[in-house]
Design a protein around this ligand. Structure first.
Ligand code: CP3
Length: 333
C-alpha cells in the first residue's frame, strides 16, 4: 500500500508521508521556462503532454509521496463555457455567466472540452515516477467556484456588493456546479486519480450561519459521491475556523488545515486523519527555523494519522533548496 493510503485507509501513525499544495509551479525554474513559452494558462492546462511534464517536475527533484495533477479549479467554469483568463499580476478574470447556455450543456460536450485533463491523469498514473506514490486529482468546492463564477475575479478585496442579490441565480448555479463537479470527479477517477482533494479556498469569507447552506451541504454531496467511487477524499476548507463542526457535517476521509489553525487544538478535536498546516512563509526564512517548525507539526501529530503538507500553496518566491530541505526533514523524522 502507498504511504498516503496507509494513513488514509489504515490510520497508520508510524509513517508521515508528504506532498505539497502547488508543488508544481512558479517557484521552480523549469516550470517558469515552460510557462514563459505558453502565455495562455488555460491552453497550457489543456496540453496534456506539457501538463504531465509540469506535474512530474517536483517528483524529479524531491522524494514526495504524491503527484497532484497540474490543472486548475477554474477548468470547471471553462468547461461550462464561461470565459476564463489569467491576467499577470491580477489573477483570474471570468466572463459573464450565461445561465441559459449552461443549462442546455450536456455531459458529453463538457467531457469533450476537458478531455486533455483526463488524459493527463492517465499519463501521471502510468508514469514510472509515480510508482508506490498516489496520483491526486482535485476540484474546487461548489462555494469557491460559485465565488469565482459570480464575482468574476478573486474576492481578495471582498465579494461584490450585489453578490447575494439574485438568490435564484445563486441556487441554480450551485446546482449546476455540483452536477458537473461530479462528472469531473468521475472522469478523473476513471482515468487513474486515487485521491480527490476538494479546495474550498474561500470558505472563510462566509458568516458562520451561512456555512451549512453554502459550504457543508454542497460539500457533503461531493464527499458522498467520491466515497461511492471507493476513492478517499481530502477537504481543504480554508479559513473556516470551526474544523470540528465541518468534519462532523461533511465527513471527509481527511481534513487539510490552513496555517491559521492551531495544530494542538486540531489534535484535541479531530479524530480523522489530518493534513497540512505549516505556514508557507516559513520556507522563506532559514533552514533552522524551517526544521524547527516542521518538527513542531510532526511532534504534535506523532500519534495521529498525519500527512505533511503546508497550510496553503507553496509561494512563488520560495527557494527550491528550502523545499528540498523540508522534504528531507520530514523523510528523516
Ligand atoms: O498544487 C498543484 O501543484 C496543482 C496545480 C494547481 C493549480 N491551481 C495551478 C496553478 C492547483 C491545485 C490549483 C488550485 C486552485 N486554483 C485554487 C485552490 C487552491 C488555492 O490556492 O487556494 C484556486 C483558488 C485556484 C484559482 C487560481 N488559479 C488563482 C487564484 C490563480 C492565480 C493566482 C496565482 O497564484 O497566480 C491561478 C493560477 C494558477 N493555478 C497558477 C498555477 C501554477 C499560476 C499560473 C501562473 O501564472 O504561472
Amino acid at each position: 500500500m502507498t504511504p498516503i493510503y496507509k494513513v488514509l485507509k489504515n490510520n497508520d501513525t508510524a509513517i508521515k508521508p508528504i506532498w505539497i499544495m502547488r508543488q508544481a509551479g512558479r517557484y521552480l525554474p523549469e516550470f517558469r521556462k515552460i510557462r514563459s513559452e505558453n502565455p495562455n494558462f488555460i491552453r497550457l492546462c489543456l496540453n496534456e503532454v506539457l501538463s504531465a511534464e509540469i506535474t512530474l517536475q517536483p517528483l524529479r527533484r524531491f522524494d514526495l509521496d504524491a503527484a497532484i495533477i497540474f490543472s486548475d479549479i477554474l477548468m470547471l467554469p471553462y468547461g461550462l463555457n464561461q470565459k476564463v483568463e489569467f491576467k499577470k499580476g491580477i489573477g483570474p478574470i471570468l466572463g459573464d455567466l450565461n445561465l441559459d447556455n449552461v443549462l442546455i450543456l450536456n455531459e458529453i460536450d463538457f467531457v469533450e472540452k476537458l478531455r486533455p485533463v483526463y488524459k493527463l491523469v492517465n499519463l501521471i498514473k502510468n508514469s514510472e515516477l509515480t510508482k508506490n506514490k498516489n496520483t491526486i486529482g482535485f476540484v474546487g468546492a461548489p462555494w469557491t467556484l460559485l465565488v469565482y463564477m459570480i464575482n468574476q475575479k478573486s474576492p481578495k478585496s471582498g465579494l461584490r456588493k450585489d453578490f447575494f442579490k439574485d438568490k435564484n441565480l445563486i441556487d441554480k448555479t450551485l446546482k449546476i456546479i455540483e452536477k458537473f463537479l461530479k462528472v469531473h470527479i468521475k472522469y478523473q477517477v476513471e482515468n487513474g486519480a486515487q485521491i480527490i482533494q476538494i479546495f474550498d479556498s474561500w470558505a472563510g469569507l462566509l458568516n458562520e450561519k451561512d456555512l451549512p447552506n453554502y459550504v457543508y451541504e454542497p460539500s457533503i454531496n461531493l464527499v458522498e459521491y467520491t466515497k461511492s467511487l471507493n476513492i478517499p477524499v481530502i477537504c481543504f476548507p480554508k479559513g473556516i475556523k470551526k474544523y470540528k463542526d465541518y468534519c462532523e457535517n461533511v465527513k471527509p476521509d481527511a481534513i487539510c488545515i490552513d496555517y491559521e489553525a492551531d495544530p494542538k487544538e486540531i489534535l484535541r478535536n479531530i479524530k480523522i486523519p489530518v493534513q497540512g498546516g505549516m505556514d508557507p512563509k516559513i520556507l522563506l526564512t532559514d533552514k533552522e527555523k524551517l526544521k524547527k517548525e516542521a518538527k513542531r507539526y510532526l511532534d504534535i501529530f506523532k500519534d495521529h494519522p498525519y500527512i505533511f503538507n503546508l497550510g496553503h500553496g507553496v509561494l512563488p518566491e520560495t527557494d527550491p533548496e528550502m523545499m528540498d530541505y523540508l522534504v528531507k526533514t520530514v523523510k528523516n523524522y
